[in-house]
Design a binder for this molecule. Structure first.
Ligand SMILES: [Zn+2]
Ligand SMILES: [Zn+2]
Length: 344
């Protein structure tokens, strides 16, 4: 046997779709920092664990290739529309093949990788085939995959198609995400400690997930959830008319009604070409309320004929200037919120 220092590859597959916007994505970002910081204080983990980060929204990207902990820089995470779960799984398979050292006749390869998939479980791309090939009988030998479904509307059937280990985080709060990363850190440390003993057996037991934050997912999605195909949340992009920066308005569907209530607005780093086209069309008559601008607190929003939605002061200002196309709008009908783009 050659003297190859066997690594424990750890892949984080992080959903960065818009349902993660706001405190959730900030908590995930903080969680990755904490994880790396904690693992670095454990000599065994520091020696064996290598980490990679794959994010997915409209497309999947490996933003950090498999890297030793001492050189791992927690990446900035940006929220975008779309949930390309299929793309993330295909990318994961490809990276497992190219980055993980196989055991050969002369060399013992890397330990079996740990994969932690954090997602809202509502993919927007073709994911079934990618899931099936990840879960195919022979493929179970390539990695131990743990799927964590986030938020109230995870379709656990989607996640069980990828792996047998599915946990739910029903409340996507910063505290629940923090507990998840503490558990993740304990899991990686447990595996790196017991690794020689467990590597041959194949099966590993992670520490119990934190109660109150994570729970084992039911095998089937409830009929009520499956029956309603309307998106649970809808998002609209808007611009602040004062600072001209983009933000995201979040609306949540009522339990048994086809209407959506404004719940929050989150600042966005930047909008990219094509992002807005990915938003599902929504009839404005289904939307109720308007979240105030996260930059200037303006309470309502106006749609310019150019398609831009922008924050607007209360009362009835005689004219408004669109922050996107700079045209002057004369306000007439006193309508608060009019989403002409997506009507119909
Ligand atoms: Zn504003
Ligand atoms: Zn305009």
């Amino acid at each position: 046997m050659e003297n190859y220092s066997r690594r424990l590859p750890v892949y984080l597959l992080l959903d960065t779709s818009e349902s993660m916007a706001g405190p959730a994505i900030e908590a995930v970002q903080q969680g990755v920092r904490t994880l790396v910081g904690e693992l670095a204080t454990n000599p065994l983990a520091l020696e064996t664990a290598y980490m990679s980060v794959i994010t997915f929204s409209r497309e999947a990207k490996q933003i950090i290739p498999l890297t030793e902990l001492t050189r791992f820089q927690p990446p900035p995470l940006r929220v975008r529309p779309g949930t390309a779960l299929g793309g993330a799984l295909r990318l994961l398979s490809e990276r497992l093949r190219s980055e993980v050292m196989k055991t050969t006749e002369t060399t013992k390869g890397d330990y079996k990788p740990l994969v932690f998939l954090l997602t809202d479980g509502q993919p927007t791309d073709d994911w079934e085939q990618a899931a099936d090939s990840i879960k195919a009988p022979g493929a179970s030998k390539t990695a131990n995959i743990y799927a964590i479904g986030c938020g109230p509307d995870v379709d656990s059937e989607v996640l069980y198609r990828i792996t047998e280990t599915v946990l739910l985080m029903p409340n996507l709060t910063p505290e629940a995400i923090r507990k998840f990363f503490v558990w993740l850190s304990a899991s990686v440390q447990a595996v790196s400690t017991k690794i020689e003993a467990t590597a041959s057996a194949g099966a590993i037991n992670l520490p119990a997930p934190p109660s109150g934050a994570l729970e084992v997912a039911p095998r089937t999605t409830t009929a009520a959830r499956r029956g309603n195909k309307s998106p649970r949340q809808v998002f609209l992009h808007a611009l602040c008319s004062k600072v001209r920066k983009p933000y995201l308005m979040r609306f949540v569907r009522r339990e048994y009604e086809e209407r959506y209530d404004a719940v929050a607005a989150h600042k966005l780093e930047a909008l990219e070409e094509g992002d807005t086209e990915l938003l599902p069309p929504i009839n404005s008559s289904l939307l109720f309320g308007c979240p105030s601008c996260p930059y200037c607190e303006n309470p309502i929003a106006t749609m310019c004929p150019c398609g831009a939605l922008f924050c607007t002061p209360p009362g009835e200002p005689p004219t408004l200037v669109c922050p996107k196309c700079n045209s002057e709008l004369v306000m007439g009908d006193g309508k608060d919120f009019d989403i002409t783009r997506a009507d119909g």
